[in-house]
Design a protein. Structure first.
Length: 559
């Protein structure tokens, strides 16, 4: 299954129309293609820290920064020599662009200095947690870094210059996707203390926690997603001005940053917007990530998807598979990685990942959201991955006769399956993995604010009103397609067609819930700055497996 999460749901999925008024005016900025571009920089000969020009090599500076001032919120309590990065900066295995790039640092980051090369003016630094190289170097040029307390920094040995590979070097063979030991699940989460992974003993009921591993210490990490083989965790790191896509190995052996949003072309041409990485998803081989981007207005409210799709291999350079305007507001790649569904405000488009056989498989009327965002349908691949299901809202979901039409998409042919009453804008229909059943929260906008959890067949027939209440939410079906996990005001529950629900009262809030396997799941329970990530079983028994500080996002994995 393609593992995916979405950032800023109401921004990344929907575009804000106010952006059209504010963000798409101004001078056109240069566009940067991935992989990182080669810059031609004029430097005075002998300038300390200057990078020598190497044909075909990207310079240390990945993208032009916004100036040489250090960001106000990036002070790091480092004692001894350290360097503060003034622009997004490559990290290399030696002092020069002829050495391999092993990662990069973001503008405003500070790192300890442990050595220097007086000939090139480069600094040897303590390798960040996200870089597995034994040696890490950055340029000492004053346009790139600001060094402090360097009076006693020793001269470091310079590693041998790498030999350039022959032109016809075959691509490297990817390591086999060895899975985590059977019987062990994983919980990955990001909070204010960094990125963590916790092994889960699936032999216990409910699962219990092993020793947690801290993969990164940064507080600005979001969207942790475990790879299909359980060996890596992808994530985004950054803020509203820029972010990066990276991954860490779940055994704590390191990882890497793959791409920075500063290197993604700004299709709007406006200097008043920033490009950010939006939706991310693992491909089935666990060796590449797919991602899309969006732009945020820097001078006022507003954001818009760029409707693109990129592929970032773990060993290689990111490439635009579908350039801006050729994708959708959200994407859903088939389980075999061969096709993708793009959701747009008035259509669904299916296309092969190589760009062939592009077809509009469904059109519908623009949906009135009573706000400034545009609704797009949520799609779900089921069965062996050759069939996708979706529910599309009626044109005015705020009427008491609002409904959702159900569609089955197979071989680019779309069939109407049925319909469901209610407003589904914020409670998408969820099907079982075999496509035989569905669950959704029915909301009739009649002023009562009552919501009802509904179980039904795939086509919407044989509906069973299961539970009514306030703030009802569904978290989908387990792997066996037998139970649904849901929550309401002050409780969570487990439901099964034809059986009474199992419900547990909650004295705290519930942020998210995810199934681990047929019988176990993980809940995010808490309030304020403390959240307990808690495992549970089908009888409602629970066990705390991790405690997160501040905001928390998590993902789970089981063999």
């Amino acid at each position: 299954m393609i593992r995916t999460r979405y950032i800023f749901f109401l921004i990344g999925v929907f575009f804000v129309t106010s952006l059209a008024c504010n963000a798409f005016a101004g001078n056109v900025e240069p566009e940067f293609e991935l992989p990182l571009p080669t810059f031609v920089t004029t430097l005075t000969p002998g300038t300390p820290g200057a990078e020598a020009t190497v044909p075909g090599a990207a310079p240390t500076v990945t993208l032009p920064g916004t100036g040489t001032q250090v960001a106000e919120n990036t002070a790091v309590p480092i004692t001894g020599p350290f360097a503060t990065v003034l622009v997004d900066l490559n990290v290399r295995t030696g002092p020069g662009v002829q050495y391999d790039r092993v990662g990069f640092l973001l503008q405003g980051e500070s790192v300890p200095i442990i050595g220097r090369d007086p000939l090139s003016g480069w600094w040897k630094i303590q390798c960040p947690l996200t870089i597995t190289s034994p040696d890490c170097w950055i340029s000492g040029g004053t346009q790139y870094t600001q060094a402090s307390n360097t009076e006693s920094v020793p001269v470091a040995p310079v590693p041998p210059t790498p030999t350039a590979p022959p032109t016809a070097t075959p691509p490297p063979t990817l390591e086999p996707a060895t899975q985590v030991a059977g019987g062990t699940g994983l919980l990955a989460y990001a909070d204010n203390t960094g990125l963590w992974v916790v092994p889960l003993n699936l032999g216990q009921n409910p699962p219990t926690a092993g020793t947690p591993i801290q993969l990164a210490t940064d507080a600005d990490i979001t969207q942790p997603i475990i790879s299909p083989d359980g060996r890596k965790v992808a994530f985004l790191r950054g803020n509203n001005e820029s972010n990066v896509l990276g991954y860490m190995n779940t055994d704590g052996s390191g990882g890497n940053f793959l791409v920075t949003s500063r290197s993604i072309p700004n299709a709007s041409g406006s200097s008043d917007v920033s490009v950010l990485i939006d939706q991310i998803a693992w491909l089935p081989d666990s060796q590449s990530l797919a991602f899309s981007s969006y732009v945020v207005n820097n001078t006022g409210p507003g954001a818009a998807p760029q409707s693109d799709l990129w592929i970032a291999p773990l060993n290689g350079s990111p490439q635009a598979r579908f350039v801006a305007g050729q994708g959708g507001h959200r994407f859903n790649i088939s389980p075999d990685g061969a096709r993708v569904l793009f959701s747009l405000p008035e259509s669904l488009v299916q296309v092969n990942m190589d760009g062939s056989n592009r077809q509009t498989v469904l059109t519908f009327a623009f949906v009135n959201t009573a706000s400034e965002y545009a609704y797009v349908p949520v799609t779900q691949w089921v069965g062996n991955g050759n069939v996708a299901l979706t529910a599309v809202s009626s044109q005015d979901p705020w009427q008491t006769n609002a409904a959702a039409s159900l569609y089955r998409i197979a071989n680019a042919n779309t069939l109407v399956q049925g319909s469901l009453p209610g407003n589904i804008l914020f409670n998408p229909v969820q099907w079982s993995s075999d496509g035989s059943k569905l669950v959704y929260v029915r909301f009739i906008p009649d002023g009562s604010n009552q919501q009802t959890l509904i179980l039904a067949d795939s086509s919407g027939s044989n509906t069973q009103p299961y539970r009514s209440g306030q703030n009802m939410r569904s978290f989908g079906w387990n792997r066996a397609n037998s139970h649904v996990l849901y929550a309401g005001e002050g409780f969570f529950g487990l439901g099964q067609a034809g059986a009474n629900p199992v419900e547990v009262l909650l004295p705290v809030g519930l942020s998210d819930a995810q199934w681990l396997n047929n019988t176990a799941y993980v809940l995010g329970l808490g309030t304020g700055n403390v959240w307990n990530l808690t495992s549970g079983n089908l009888t409602g028994d629970t066990a705390i497996v991790a405690t997160a500080v501040g905001s928390v996002q998590f993902d789970v994995w089981a063999p």
